[in-house]
Design a protein. Sequence first.
Length: 436
Amino acid sequence: MDILTNPIVISVVVMSALCLMKMNVLLAILISGVIAGLTGGMDLPKTFSTLIAGMGGNSETALSYILLGILAVAIGRSGLADIAARKIAKAVGTKKILFCFTIAFFACFSQNLIPVHIAFIPILIPPLLHVMNKMKLDRRAVACALTFGLKAPYVSLPVGFGLLFMTIIKDQMVANKVDVGIGDISSVMWIGGASMLVGLVLAVMLYGTRDREYEDLPIAGANEISEEDVKMSADCWKALAAAIVAFVAQLHFESLPIGASCGLLVMILTGAIKWKEIDKYVDGGVAMMGFIAFVMLVAAGYAQVLRETHSVESLVNATTAVINTKLSGAIVMLLVRLLITMGIGTSFGTIPVVASIYIPMGYKLGFSTGSIILLIGIAAALGDAGSPASDSTLGPTSGLNADGQHNHIWDTCVPTFIFYDITLLIGGVIGAMILG
């Protein structure tokens, strides 16, 4: 199969074009999935049946988003998130750049110290929107800060989600008869983290130094509190207890839906959520996170279509014919992986497929083991930022668009693509050439 006629290439180009033309991202991904199936040799009924069957691949994630949305609304109405927002605002004042770096700093903990991934965003960010509005802070800077916190730690640090990420790389290296340890991987993947840090600084310097006007619109689940009203009420303590229970349950059961459910149960049993008002909380949670949940479902169906047509394998195989030097090898490896992840939206899931081909090809081209590890690791991370279907972009949008003034494509995906995918690509090529 020719590179230009590969279903991944065609469908990702179509999806990107439709999204940039401001077509609804859910419809754009759905249309791209159909195009991928038809160009991959499926008929229309088979394409839709495969897409629908594959939607179950993200069912846990979708349920997590809905439950987290409900929990976020409940915590928001208790006033706890507003108090936290007030404390943060008081600490940073009107310093927009400090605010962005503070958000990025705390977001990093969601991948390792407190591994809740995007769960904190719909709880913490919406109450901060009024603060950002007063500072006239361009939310694109905050989107880049959040995405940095969701990606850079797992790319470069062997703890939390980073340990899982590096373990997958290690297992694939070992499966291809290359004996490496986690230490070997982390010793080169810092280059990926450094590349993203450069992107973060550039993004904050560009967006964080300019003014952008937003209206103070109603935010789902948020209460208005006065400057003086910053004391913990009974409902705040109940909400805090629920958040702690949700966190502990998630770690114990290793399940975000169970954690969110336990948190909601605590709020119901303690009376923080009134029985007769449950529908309001559910409606608010679905309004906040329901669309993102459906995007994740359709994205999983799209990924299943690509798997069924063997598009990933054929694209990787087709690119080997145009690789004949180290430099071309590094560039093509990373660009191909960027296309794959832009479509599928996950950096973890396709590592085994790519690694089985890239590892022997890397040695054939004369790359060292360190260079191959770096290329596989950065190739896996590429596209996770910038993809309309990635939780690294959907998560920030869920919080920043709580008042309907933040566009998923132009305000999250395009900035994160520019400042992270491009810097990772450049860092990966330079790093691989230096490592030999």
